[in-house]
Design a protein around this ligand. Structure first.
Ligand SMILES: [Zn+2]
Length: 156
């Protein structure tokens, strides 16, 4: 789990997303993340190398996690040494599970938001104050809650 490395977040949706899935990702970013202090920007061509890589890369694919119920995952591809920050985070959701809730949830991980059991103070993973960070990621709110936004805004 990492934070993204800048307040300005470059994003790219790979070709594995259908146009409907791309639109859904766009609408979640507009509704949930653009109103925070993060500056969310779509990039027309992604950067996968160097020191200023595209921050969030969205893709559709199989999620291998040792837990059959996991259908979405966000992971840091380029951690920045001696920090909790990441230059590039991949956000992968299995085809057929690309709901607004999961897009909000995995994007939250990419911004550094945690499940309740990993948070300080610790909460139930199903505490509804977690909004879309509630887990398991099916059902529940598809929105960030005040506390999610406050945490994002205090970090960035
Ligand atoms: Zn999660």
């Amino acid at each position: 789990m990492c934070q993204t490395d800048n307040r300005v977040v470059g994003m790219y949706r790979q070709g594995s997303l259908s146009s409907a899935q791309k639109t859904r990702v766009d609408s979640v970013i507009d509704a949930q993340y653009s109103p925070t202090d993060l500056v969310m920007k779509w990039e027309s061509s992604p950067s996968y190398h160097g020191s200023a890589e595209t921050d969030f890369i969205y893709q559709i694919g199989t999620v291998v996690h040792g837990d059959d119920e996991v259908v979405g995952r966000a992971w840091c591809d380029d951690p920045i040494e001696v920090s909790v920050k990441c230059d590039q985070t991949y956000i992968r959701i299995e085809n057929g599970y690309v709901t607004k809730k999961r897009i909000c949830h995995e994007s939250g991980h990419a911004a550094g938001l945690l499940h309740g059991s990993n948070a300080v103070p610790r909460l139930s993973n199903r505490d509804n104050r977690l909004g879309c960070m509630e887990t398991p990621s099916d059902g529940g709110s598809e929105s960030l809650k005040d506390n999610n936004r406050d945490n994002i805004n205090s970090v960035y």
